[in-house]
Design a protein around this ligand. Sequence first.
Ligand code: RIB
Ligand code: CA
Length: 328
Amino acid sequence: MPSAVLIDCDPGIDDAVALALAARLPELELLRVTTCHGNTDVARATRNAREIARRVGIDAPITAGAAAPLRRPAHPARETHGDEGLGYWIPDQAAHAEPDHAAQAIAEVAAATHRLTVISLGPLTNLARAIAAFDHVVPALGPIFIMGGTIGVRGTQTRWSEFNWWGDPEAVEVVLAAGLDIRLVPLDVTRRIVVPGDAVRALRDAGRADDDARFWGEALGFYMDFHRGYEGLDGCVVNDPLAVALAVDPSLATWRDLRIGVSVSDDDRRGAIVVDAEGGAQARVAMTVRAADVLALLTQHVFAPWLTESLVRRGAQQAAQWLEEHPQ
Ligand code: RIB
Ligand code: CA
């Protein structure tokens, strides 16, 4: 029986890979996609989600969400995901503002489903708003898989904090305080899910004759150029699909139960995970991952027409080597 799932995301290049994986995994029944500020503005994120859904065969409704964090300004990551949010790939459709109904959508889908699994791939603003506005949401939710935070590896936004949690730390506070079944997928494990440069170049080559390959080649090509420029990695870290993979098969990772909080400071600890925090929330945290097996899933369900498993699997070794050469 497939698990009923709602994905909250900020597409975003790695969000696109995660949506493609979710669309193709038979163990998931994707009931709704909600979008949020984050990698790009929420209008572009919603336009991008619709384009991705059309390409990968998602027929779940897509509902626009929060344009900004609970208490801070939005901070799109144009240098990482491009001006339109999908790297070098420029959508035909212009983005336009849509009403923010994501919190209501989360509440409605949760009420209609027993134990709705939520997979959060961006800042947690929508989920936090749903929890604050609708009393019935928390009891109706099952496990919440959250791509966010970092414990033992360098952050993506500051030395200590990862983009999603840095983006809206107050929203993280609300989610952690709600007593949910939190399954945290931090950078410690997502950093190991690297699509190697040779695979991205192969997608770009295939893109000369195949429009979907062109889409992936142009999106991941931008992401690879960013990673090469910022950290000398010949490839790109696709964080978000790991949260989807672990929602289907938690055995791909090892987990530890930790008591965690989040820093809401304005310094370089903004959004940082606080382990053993006073009054912190119980969370199950992914600590290690079978990265090669996750990359094999991505190849099988997303890149198979154009890439071989052996080509993509090399990303696991490449990530391990990069982490060895760059002490965190
Ligand atoms: O830090 C990585 C996370 O931030 C990913 O979800 C990426 O898409 C961005 O949202
Ligand atoms: Ca994301």
